[in-house]
Design a protein around this ligand. Structure first.
Ligand code: CA2
Length: 141
């Protein structure tokens, strides 16, 4: 089993700014935490982060026929991107939407998620552990 871990814009800044919202751990810490759980579950994981919407669409398309699941935190594209919604629908790969914070309790513009409609599950407000939960869910554990 292979799972793609996709992160959108600014998530490479984890641990550097806004620790009160996103915590003190870095993007590399996040990848290490997920890798450790993937080893425990005996599942392959591939990591990709981009600040560019089209690059994220390309990554989702590349997953077609290659990956068994996607964990995605689309960052701010959550609230704007029909292109990411369409890409997840197009590849038909079980996808879990993850948010470190709970966007539903923040500004009104964060309350809409376009990608949610294409996802099998949404995990929000559980910090970085949300990614591990998503991985376990996709592995049926
Ligand atoms: O809570 C989440 O995971 C979000 O997807 C994070 C996005 C935000 O636009 C969504 O509404 C909710 C922002 C990611 C930016 O991450 C940063 C990390 C450190 C410092 C600054 C930004």
């Amino acid at each position: 089993m292979r799972i793609l871990i996709l992160n959108g814009p600014n998530l490479n800044m984890l641990g550097i700014r806004e620790p009160e919202i996103y915590g003190h751990e870095t993007y590399n810490d996040l990848c290490s935490m997920i890798q450790k759980e993937a080893n425990r579950l005996d599942v392959g994981v591939e990591f990709y982060q981009s600040n560019h919407e089209g690059a994220l669409v390309d990554a989702i398309q590349r997953a077609y026929g290659m990956m068994d699941g996607i964990v995605i935190n689309p960052g701010a594209y959550t609230h704007t991107s029909v292109a990411l919604l369409d890409a997840v629908k197009a590849v038909g790969i079980p996808t879990v939407e993850v948010h470190i914070s709970d966007p539903g309790t923040r500004e009104d513009f964060r309350k809409t998620s376009y990608i949610r409609a294409a996802c099998v599950k949404t995990i929000k407000g559980h910090g970085l552990s949300g990614y591990v939960e998503a991985l376990r869910f996709l592995c049926g554990k």
